[in-house]
Design a binder for this molecule. Structure first.
Ligand code: ADP
Ligand code: MG
Length: 252
């Protein structure tokens, strides 16, 4: 039975999409069937896989009740990795969903048999705690929280963890935190090392051992429409996400 994993942090630019795309490609590379669902109207994950952002089918159709999630799946071009692309139209769901009672569970209701088809279904969330992220957290079994190792890293994490507890209590008792992944880490700076220590001290059991380094190859891979594993297989960024994939798979 597969698991559904939301990649969430209401902060923008912390590495959610980079983690969703590259963790997804790395799990797929290990031979596990993986689905990446782009839940951000900015469509960054869709574009990072070389797909157009105005294509159909897309995830908006699943949130508006037109089709189930499995019916919106397309191949990513990477073996074992499928994708449900996003569209800028998805921004409309932020206004539409709250008007419908029980709409927090719309995505969950559209999952169908994804857990039978895929060992991992990764949900790339937008940078907010709005209706799209809530839908992801209600549909998910686990959350991975990317944390950028910079000065305000801890800020906002308390709010995120409160939100996760609330959703656990009210809407999705299955939800657990799979872990926090430190991203864009520049080990040469004292600040990054201090932040890493702080985050590990605050959340001793939650932080993955793997740390994703700041890497030019990781940053530029989306402009080639490829995961870093394909764009620069021998880079440090590629190695980090392969390591993270092993940790995530080991935690189940
Ligand atoms: P989010 O989805 O949380 O908004 P992104 O994954 O899109 O964050 O990352 C923000 C920006 O930083 C993007 O331009 C991305 O390519 C870049 N980036 C992310 N992780 C790294 C990294 N480890 N090294 C270098 N650039 C990165
Ligand atoms: Mg993103």
């Amino acid at each position: 039975m597969g698991s559904v994993v939301a990649i969430a942090n209401q902060k923008g630019g912390v590495g959610k999409t980079t983690t969703a795309v590259n963790l997804g490609a790395s799990i797929a590379d290990a031979g596990h069937r993986t689905l990446l669902v782009d839940l951000d109207p900015q469509c960054n994950a869709t574009v990072a896989l070389g797909l157009p952002k105005d294509g159909s089918p897309n995830v908006y159709g699943c949130l508006s009740g037109e089709r189930s999630l499995p019916a919106a799946v397309i191949p990513s071009g990477i073996e074992n990795l499928d994708v449900v692309p996003s569209t800028p139209e998805l921004a409309g769901a932020n206004a539409e969903l709250p008007r419908i009672a029980g709409s927090e569970a719309t995505l969950q209701g559209s999952l169908g048999d994804v857990r039978e088809r895929y060992l991992f279904t990764l949900l790339d969330c937008p940078p907010s705690l709005g209706p799209l992220t809530v839908n992801a957290l209600v549909a998910a079994d686990k959350v991975i929280v990317p944390v950028q190792t910079e000065y305000f890293a801890l800020e906002g994490l308390a709010l995120l963890l409160d939100t996760l507890s609330l959703i656990q209590r009210e809407l999705n008792p299955r939800l657990t935190v799979a872990g926090m992944i430190l991203t864009m880490h520049d080990g040469r700076t004292r600040l990054a090392r201090d932040v890493e220590r702080e985050v590990r001290r605050h959340f001793p059991d939650l932080v993955f051992n793997t740390v994703v380094p700041r890497s030019v190859r990781l940053g530029e891979a989306p402009s080639f429409g490829l995961p870093v594993l394909r764009h620069a297989p021998n880079s440090a960024g590629s190695a980090a996400y392969l390591r993270l994939a092993r940790e995530v798979a080991a935690r189940g």
